[in-house]
Design a protein around this ligand. Sequence first.
Ligand SMILES: Cc1cc2nc3c(=O)[nH]c(=O)nc-3n(C[C@H](O)[C@H](O)[C@H](O)COP(=O)(O)O)c2cc1C
Length: 167
Amino acid sequence: MPPDRLAAPSDPHALRHALGRFATGVTIVTTLAPDGHPIGLTVNSFNSLSLDPPLVLWSLRRSSPSLAAFRAAPRFAVNVLAESQIELSRSFASKVAHRFADGPWRRGDDGVPVLSGAAACFLCETASHQEAGDHELFIGRVLHMSDSHEPPLLFQGGRYRRLGPVL
Ligand SMILES: Cc1cc2nc3c(=O)[nH]c(=O)nc-3n(C[C@H](O)[C@H](O)[C@H](O)COP(=O)(O)O)c2cc1C
């Protein structure tokens, strides 16, 4: 498609390709299932939404087996991955049975899993969730956070990337 020509997003492949031009970080969003099991998946739809009050958002595909647990959860954590955590990202995006076996983690407030070594972490209270097309949009109010100097893992064009020099 010529770059300056606008067209309807009728081709899913072209839509996915154009959306992939947008560079993001990579997170693992975690929560505790009603049966006490830790749940988590790799997510790059995370973004900041508001500073006052402190709100963040992310979206989960509605066919996910984790949907019911996230809908029911009063809290979730957004673990912003460091560059060194690329294997963790792959694992939490795969069908492996025990995603939490791969890296150290602990239980934060209300037992929500918090991953060790993340670039940052936002422990959130679920403020709202709503259907949005084939995804569910979650908005969280940040209750606690941590920060670090770890370089973040990036994702763009369907590939993992690292920070380059400052422009
Ligand atoms: C870099 C990256 C970003 C992703 N972002 C999302 C996302 O924002 N929302 C989502 O539902 N799935 C996303 N996925 C896909 C899920 O991680 C993957 O489908 C995972 O298996 C879902 O876990 P579940 O089977 O428990 O639903 C992403 C995958 C990768 C590799």
